[in-house]
Each structure stands twice: as C-alpha cells, then as structure tokens.
Ligand binder design. Structure first.
Ligand SMILES: NC(=O)c1ccc[n+]([C@@H]2O[C@H](COP(=O)([O-])OP(=O)(O)OC[C@H]3O[C@@H](n4cnc5c(N)ncnc54)[C@H](OP(=O)(O)O)[C@@H]3O)[C@@H](O)[C@H]2O)c1
Length: 338
C-alpha cells in the first residue's frame, strides 16, 4: 500500500491562523477491509469554514480534533476497491481530508459519490459544481427568492461561492452587483463572470463611503444581498436595502480570526422589514441534486466559467489556506496533489 502524506492540526490558533498550527506527517496506507476502497486524491478543496473548525468553540459543527488529519473535501480516483459499488478508475468526490490517499467505507451513506468528468472537469466538483456552488444556489433560490428585474448584491464576489451566485442570478434575469477586493478582481467580475457592476471595497475606508458607491451601482436599491464577509461591507449594503429585502447570511469571513463583527444599523431590519437568514448548506441535502444539475449545466454550456487558484503539492496547503483567508485566491482555492 502507498505511503500517505497527511497534514494534521497540531495546535489551535490564537488570533490569526499560521503555518505553525499545522504539521506534515507520513504513514503507510492501511490494507483494505471488505467494503472499503482506496482513493487517490487529485485535488484538495480549501474552504473558509476550516478556519472556524480550528477553534475549540461552540459552532454548528464539532471542532477539528488536534493531532488528526485536517478535514476537507477531495476529488480523486478509486485505485483499489473491495466494494461492489466502486471500481478502480471511478472518479469520486468525498471528504478525504488534507492527505494524498484515503480509505473510505463505501457502504457508509453519502461517504463518497461518483462524478462524470465528460463535460465538467474533476476539480469543478469541489467548486462551482460542488459545495460552494450549492451554497450560492441555496442562498439565492431559497432565501433571497429573486424575481426578474430585481437588484442583487454579493460580497466576496469573485470567489467560489460569489462567482456561482452571479451566474445563477443572471440566469434569473436579475441585475447583479459584486463587491470584491481590488481592481483585478472587479475587472474579472464584469468582464468574465457576468456581473453588471463590481465595487472595490478596498477603495473605501468606511461604510458611508462604500454605501455611496453601492447606491451608484444600484440605482433602484438592493432587493437581495448574499453576505459572505460581514463588518463594514455588510453595514454599507444594509444602508441600501429596499423594503422587504432579503439577506442570505452565508459567511462573515472578516471575523473568522475572532474579531467582533458588530452590526451598525440593526434598526434597518425593522424599518425596512428585512428578512435576514443564516444557513449551512450541508443541512439542506434535499436541494443538492436540483442545484448540482443546474450548476453542471451552466458549467457544461460555458455560461459559468469558474476560475481556480491551484497550489501544487500537499505541503503547499497551509500557505494556500492562509492566503485564502486574506483574499490572495482568485476564484476557487484548490491544492493539486498529483
Ligand atoms: N453557510 C454555508 O453553508 C457556507 C458554505 C460555503 C461557504 N460559506 C462562506 O461563503 C464565503 C465565501 O466562501 P468561498 O469558499 O467562496 O471563499 P472565496 O470567496 O473563494 O474566498 C474567500 C474570499 O473572501 C474575501 N475576504 C477575505 N477576507 C476578507 C475581509 N476581511 N473582508 C472582505 N473580504 C474578505 C476575499 O475576497 P476579496 O479579495 O474579494 O476580499 C477572499 O478571496 C465565506 O464566508 C464562507 O465561510 C458558507
């Protein structure tokens, strides 16, 4: 059996995460038992939620255990099987973690699923046609409930979730405005992702100033907001929400290092009769088939052409992850493992 390189959570961050929180180890892959398969990971997904799990605090999911392989989504290929459900050569997506190989109990429900790479590249099953894409779909369809002609705003607009959101919202006839960090990301948002406008939040030092830019890009106000960031960005959009607007609270990455994220204008929720709803995509497995079908079609037909930032080799994962938390990624952040 092959030697497996793995990255463990060695210690918990105090404030910002750092490379010293992780430890690279190696160990032989165990022999397969009946019902198990051996998967070689081609891609590891790096996602902001991993930062929350590094803390030992109350959350919707248990913390990442110390001394264990970091949890994470993976896409790869079955290389050995003792299960009738999978055969060598099958392309699969699962939660293999930060390691090069995983042994999976194929009989465990939803442990792993086969994917078809004829029209959709394997890596996209970790991004646009995977968990981040379904996240965008859920917040848009089930919480924002858009109508054609309405104006929608999304923060972290060019990331894995934000870019899928744009394609899904455009397909529903909405005006879609992004908020992203820097001129390159904003140019990419309008030129390639189909955004009607994109605002560079880094040009603004306070919510009032950013809010004026949002007003210019959204002359009819904001009917739906997909929140990925929190803090000043959320305050600025709140100031432009229309009556009966909907806010899908997906993430607050600006606060993942533990900084307080106060909301400056909660009165606006009352005054504008807003719906503000948080959600966790893994708690809505019932929508995944429908969402994945639409996302797969958008990618297969070229209407969604997601960009990826790909780090090379498992040892590069910690730095790539820390970069993701600082916005150094351009699109979905992956690690290529072979
Ligand atoms: N609720 C759920 O079930 C669920 C599921 C998946 C993801 N999420 C959340 O969705 C959000 C996006 O995830 P993703 O995987 O698509 O990541 P991503 O957008 O590909 O990458 C994260 C982006 O966040 C932005 N960012 C980082 N720090 C920021 C700050 N202080 N202020 C403003 N922007 C900052 C950066 O973009 P800029 O350079 O543009 O700032 C960075 O590129 C995250 O908040 C994540 O936690 C939630």
């Amino acid at each position: 059996m092959p030697l497996n390189h793995q990255i463990l959570l060695d210690n918990r961050p105090q404030g910002a995460a750092s490379a010293s929180n992780f430890k690279l180890v190696s160990s032989p892959t165990p022999d397969l038992q009946e019902g198990q398969v051996l998967v070689r990971h081609h891609f590891l997904s790096l996602d902001p939620y991993m930062r929350g799990r590094m803390n030992d605090s109350k959350s919707y999911a248990a913390p990442q255990a110390l001394g264990e392989v970091m949890q994470g989504g993976t896409a790869g290929e079955v290389i050995e099987s003792r299960s009738p459900r999978f055969k060598p050569g099958d392309k699969v997506v699962g939660m293999g973690g930060w390691q090069e190989f995983s042994v999976v109990n194929a009989e465990t429900p939803a442990a792993m699923r086969k994917v078809d790479t004829t029209h959709v590249p394997l890596s996209h099953y970790l991004g646009a046609v995977g968990m981040p894409g379904v996240t965008a779909w859920y917040g848009l369809v089930k919480i924002i409930e858009p109508q054609a002609g309405q104006t929608l705003v999304v923060s972290a607009a060019t990331g894995a979730v934000g870019s899928a959101f744009a394609a899904l919202a455009k397909a529903r006839g909405c005006r879609v405005v992004g908020i992203a960090g820097g001129p390159d990301k904003c140019q990419y948002a309008t030129a390639e992702l189909g955004f009607d406008a994109c605002i560079d939040y880094k040009l603004h030092t306070d919510a009032g100033s950013l809010s004026k830019a949002i007003a210019q890009a959204c002359p009819a106000g904001v009917d739906g907001y997909f929140e990925n960031v929190g803090g000043m960005v959320m305050d600025a959009v709140m100031l432009r929400m229309n009556a009966f607007g909907r806010i899908a609270l997906c993430g607050m990455i600006a606060g993942y290092d533990g900084k307080p994220m106060p909301m400056s204008y909660p009165t606006l929720i009352l005054v504008n009769r807003l719906k503000v709803q948080g959600f966790i995509v893994s708690e809505h497995m019932e929508v995944w088939p429908e969402a994945l079908k639409e996302l797969g079609t958008l990618v297969g037909t070229g209407k969604l052409r997601p960009r990826e930032s790909v780090a090379q080799g498992l040892a590069a994962a910690p730095e790539a992850f820390l970069g993701l938390l600082k916005g150094k990624n351009f699109g979905k952040q992956l690690v290529k493992l072979i």
